[in-house]
Design a protein around this ligand. Structure first.
Ligand code: FAD
Length: 467
């Protein structure tokens, strides 16, 4: 019998739950991918993620063609395209890996219903997380909304079974033998190419980054917080699109042990944590996790928001971070925390505005992690930063970019300033500024707000709302 494997955020052909199960139960398996108009049509025409997916699929297609199979690609709405493809190829079942985002859950329910009407099965599997949905439960059977006990339970449950790879290769001969299939170019899909990709795409790109990271994993706990050095893995986009296997990554860190690997495993656990929050509480997409914090009266000044987006707030660490995001689609984790805190607690802009901007720009944008990160920084989330903990952007900068190396990379106009002046140029001696060729207000902005003043306003705003 024939089955389709519908690839979504799992763009690889190894250690793949849905592909493995399809190959095990059917003697003819066809991998398909739909460029989803519902997702793509609202996007700007230059979107790095679409370019990443396109390059990744090109690699997958070549891999399939090398074993006489093919990748079937369509551009349309999955709710109609998947049932149509299943009929076209005479499939008796469609296999896919589960996606926990509310829109994906609704889409999959509709696809399942339409397939059922054609008497075609729709089988879904856990693949993108180690533990999903309510696999990790509190003693009373509820969800965890605090990370530390969740992580304790997650680690206690982790064993070889949960990180074992799906041996896809042993059934590879069951991939359908297909004639050459149409392959839409990026421009046919209505998108521009990414002229300067920040990260290598495809499973080959994921493997290169992972191998490189393995050589510094044992130092991760010491290096991860400093954006000026190569500390983290840069694998987030690959985890987002499944060009690496979460099981392989978690198994590696778990087996290696030691402070670096344990800290990194903990980050992978955060990823599961926010996925289960989103699954249990789909309302967090749009609303505060704690309903009492949903309607904080943010002034939402559009001019301040624009300065933040464009990296011209006058706070060098914030501006360098936002420029990194705008230029590359990536932002270091420490910087995400700093700029999110700054937007909400210094500029007094609703966290949802920042969340939306990140969603548009981040190559690794993931609803669960992004929402979790924003609600953490805004103090509206589960296990969030308490509202009175407000990052000071200058001391954060001095602590995590001590010599200003990261700032200089993205704020070139400040590159001649020394470590004493680069974190807060408005406090620098005018002679020093002149010698470094920096005219505040001309070459680089004055701070758009005064941190000490804004801090008081933020505290008052949160207090007024009954925190
Ligand atoms: P590493 O340090 O190498 O971490 C390894 C992996 O662990 C990451 O790739 C990611 O999958 C996972 N991870 C690490 N930290 C977290 C976390 N706090 N929550 C969930 N997963 C985590 N991560 C995203 O993948 N997509 C997002 O849209 C996203 N938005 C964020 C928004 C804000 C405001 C904040 C504070 C954090 C956000 N994060 C997001 C989490 C984190 O910043 C990124 O995962 C990380 O910076 C990616 O870089 P890396 O792969 O080099 O990370």
């Amino acid at each position: 019998s024939t089955a389709l494997v519908w690839l979504r955020r799992d763009l690889r052909l190894f250690d793949h739950a849905a592909l493995f199960h399809a190959l095990k139960h059917h003697d003819c398996v066809i991998p398909v991918f739909i460029f989803d108009r519902d997702i793509l049509d609202p996007l700007p025409r230059a979107d790095r993620r679409v370019a990443f997916i396109h390059a990744t699929l090109a690699e997958l297609k070549a891999e399939l063609v090398a074993c006489a199979s093919e990748l079937v690609v369509r551009h349309g709405q999955p709710t109609t395209a998947i049932p149509a493809l299943a009929r076209e190829f005479g499939a008796t079942a469609v296999y896919a890996n589960r996606d926990y985002e509310p829109a994906a859950i609704a889409r999959d329910a509709e696809v399942a219903a339409r397939l059922a009407a054609l008497e075609i099965g729709f089988e879904t599997f856990k693949d993108q997380v180690i533990f999903e949905q309510d696999e990790i439960r509190t003693k009373t059977g509820g969800m965890y909304s605090v990370f530390t006990p969740y992580k304790r339970a997650w680690l206690a449950k982790l064993d070889d079974f949960y990180v074992r790879a799906y041996p896809v290769r042993q059934y590879a001969h069951r991939l359908a033998l297909l004639p050459p299939q149409p392959w839409p170019s990026l421009s046919e899909l209505g998108f521009e190419p990414d002229e300067a990709p920040a990260l290598p795409a495809g499973c080959s790109g994921g493997e290169t980054l992972f191998n490189d990271f393995c050589t510094r994993l044992d130092r991760y706990h010491e290096t991860r917080d400093f954006p000026g050095i190569k500390g983290p893995s840069y694998l987030s986009v690959h985890l987002r699109f499944g060009t690496v296997s979460i099981r392989e990554l978690a198994a590696h860190a778990w087996r290696q042990g030691g402070a670096g690997a344990e800290t990194w495993l903990s980050e992978l656990c955060w990823r599961d944590f926010y996925q289960q929050i989103l699954w249990h509480r789909p309302d967090v997409a749009g609303h505060a996790f704690r309903p009492e914090y949903d309607a904080l009266p943010f002034p939402n000044d559009p001019a301040l928001f624009a300065a933040w987006c464009e990296g011209r707030t006058g706070y060098p660490i914030v501006d360098a971070a936002m420029r990194q995001l705008n230029r590359t689609g990536y932002m270091h984790n420490r910087l995400r925390m700093i700029v999110a805190s700054f937007l909400v607690k210094d500029l007094l802009v609703d966290w949802r505005w920042g969340e939306r901007y990140f969603a548009e720009k981040l190559l690794d944008f993931d609803l669960a992690a992004n929402n979790g990160g924003w609600q953490w920084a805004a103090s509206t989330g589960c296990d969030a930063q308490p509202y009175f903990r407000i990052f000071n952007p200058v001391t954060q900068s001095e602590k995590f970019d001590p010599d200003g190396r990261f700032i200089r990379r993205y704020c070139r106009e400040l590159s001649a300033l020394g470590p004493d002046a680069i974190h807060a140029p408005w406090l620098a001696h005018p002679i020093g500024l002149r010698e470094a060729g920096v005219r505040l207000g001309t070459d680089y902005p004055w701070p758009v707000v005064d941190h000490a003043k804004q801090r008081e306003l933020a505290l008052a705003l949160f207090k007024r709302s009954g925190h």
